[in-house]
Design a protein around this ligand. Structure first.
Ligand SMILES: [Zn+2]
Length: 88
């Protein structure tokens, strides 16, 4: 592998880092480009990033809405389901 292509082909742990940064808008253009390339190539990380953004959505929603207990319970169930699916 040439130095240049190695620069763009990151491993899974680095991709997870970029993904987390992207969630919090801390990723720069290069991080996003590298993550994007990795997600095209790596099925595992694609799944991880999808789950990650879903979880962030859930957290956002639960913060914005005045949250009744039964709604909170619903978020918990959904999160639990996500992780259960991951394991099977
Ligand atoms: Zn990966």
């Amino acid at each position: 592998m040439s130095k240049k292509s190695k620069f763009f082909f990151i491993d899974c742990s680095e991709a997870a880092d970029c993904c987390n940064k992207a969630q919090y808008e801390e990723a720069n253009f290069l991080d996003k480009a590298k993550l994007y390339i990795h997600l095209i190539l790596c099925k595992t990380c694609r799944k991880f990033s999808q789950r990650n953004s879903k979880l962030t959505d859930l957290l956002d929603k639960s913060k914005i809405e005045p949250c009744p207990e039964e709604k909170k319970q619903q978020w918990r169930e959904e999160i639990k389901k996500e992780f259960a699916e991951e394991r099977t």
